[in-house]
Write a protein that binds this ligand. Structure first.
Ligand code: AR6
Length: 175
């Protein structure tokens, strides 16, 4: 399939999206928080937190740039992939590379699970203050590179909550 048809953008609430997996912008504790993380745990119910607790007990905290997978509880999606974005600090700590790792590691986990359709929020661009334009360029480049190297994942949907991100992604994707 044409790469262009495999990437799309919509504006909305990622907890409402019925796809194989949605991605959560979590923190290293995996114990929930504000923003999209809070919304996912609220809507998905306690099963997600229970699985996160088991993961932390097994491997310790989830480092920035890494990702783990749980079932999605009461959400319409089947799985939640939790990834930890970098806190923006003026690119002093490799934030760009770490953000790219979030997207790449999430896609890697998804393709290993046989997931075909995955939705991403705009990782790090809320409470973690990553500049939105730069974050969108990194997200799109990382996803494009991954999809062009593998047919395992059929479709990636960027779910933008705020108007500014939706407008940035729409321009970059050309819709
Ligand atoms: N659906 C889709 N996107 C959303 C939703 C939603 N329901 N709600 C917010 N967003 P943020 P971060 C967008 O702050 O910057 C948490 O406390 C939002 O507009 O959720 O990675 C975690 O526990 C923004 O564009 O995540 C961490 O401590 C994007 O999601 C910390 O926040 C990301 O904003 C992570 O900060």
């Amino acid at each position: 399939m044409d790469l262009k048809n495999r990437i799309s953008v919509i504006q909305g609430d990622i907890t409402k999206i019925a796809v194989d997996a949605i991605v959560n912008a979590a923190n290293t504790s995996l114990m929930g928080g504000g923003g999209v993380d809070g919304a996912i745990h609220r809507a998905g119910g306690p099963q997600i937190l229970d699985e996160c607790r088991d993961i932390i007990a097994r491997q310790g905290k989830c480092n920035t740039g890494e990702a783990v997978i749980t079932k999605a509880g009461k959400l319409p999606a089947d799985y939640v992939i939790h990834t930890v974005g970098p806190v923006w600090n003026g690119e002093k700590h490799n934030e760009g590379k770490l953000l790219a790792s979030c997207y790449r590691n999430s896609l890697e986990i998804a393709s290993n699970k046989g997931i075909k359709i995955i939705s991403f929020p705009n990782i790090s661009t809320g409470i973690y203050h990553f500049p939105k334009q730069e974050a969108a360029e990194i997200a799109l480049k990382t996803v494009t590179d991954f999809l062009s190297g593998s047919d395992a994942i059929h479709k990636v949907i960027f779910v933008c909550y705020d108007e500014e991100n939706f407008s940035i992604y729409s321009k970059l994707i050309g819709t």
